[in-house]
Ligand binder design. Structure first.
Ligand code: AMP
Length: 142
C-alpha cells in the first residue's frame, strides 16, 4: 500500500502549532485532538520541527514545570524525517521501527499534505492481511 492511500483515507488535515506557541498551548492541542504529536510550522505548510508527548515528558522531567511557559521551539525535534505519498507503507514501517518514532509527516512539492502515525501503519497492515486471508479462503473454497 502507498502512503498516499493512507492519507486519502484519513484526510489531509494536519494539526500544526507555530514555533512561538507555548508548551501549555501544545498540551491543549494534543488533548483537544486526541493525538500524540504535532508538526511545528509557522504557516501550516513549511515544517520547522515536530513535537510529541515524549518531548514534553522528557523536558518536564529534566527542567520541571517552568517548561510549560516556554516556546514549543525549545523542545521540538528540528531534523524531521518526512515521507512522500508515493512511498511504500512497508518502508515507512521499517523507518519508524529503526528510528523509534511513531509519526512521520507526508510532504509533496515541499508542502505538508498529511501525517502518518504508527497506528495508521498497523491498521493498513491488518487490512492487507485480512484481504489476503479472504483471497486465500476464496481460493480454497473454489
Ligand atoms: P514519537 O514516537 O513520535 O512520539 O516521537 C519520539 C521522538 O522522536 C520525539 O523526540 C519526537 O520529537 C521525535 N520524532 C517524532 N516523529 C519524528 C519524525 N518524523 N522525524 C524526526 N523525529 C521525530
Amino acid at each position: 500500500m502507498l502512503i498516499g492511500t493512507i492519507v486519502q483515507g484519513k484526510g489531509a488535515h494536519v494539526v500544526t502549532v507555530p514555533p512561538d506557541a507555548t508548551v501549555t498551548d501544545l498540551l491543549s492541542l494534543l488533548a483537544e485532538h486526541n493525538i500524540g504529536a504535532v508538526v511545528v510550522s509557522a504557516d501550516g505548510h513549511a515544517i520547522a520541527g515536530i513535537v510529541s508527548e515524549r518531548d514534553i515528558v522528557r523536558h518536564l522531567h529534566m527542567r520541571g514545570g517552568a517548561v510549560l511557559s516556554e516556546p514549543v521551539s525549545s523542545i521540538m525535534t528540528v531534523e524531521v524525517r518526512t515521507c512522500g505519498p508515493d512511498e511504500n507503507v512497508e518502508d515507512l514501517r521499517k523507518t519508524m521501527t529503526v528510528h523509534r518514532f511513531r509519526h512521520v509527516p507526508v510532504v509533496q512539492d515541499g508542502r505538508l499534505i498529511g501525517i502518518v502515525s504508527i497506528g495508521d501503519v498497523v491498521k493498513s497492515a491488518i487490512e492487507e492481511l485480512e484481504t489476503e486471508r479472504a483471497h486465500l479462503v476464496g481460493y480454497l473454497h473454489g
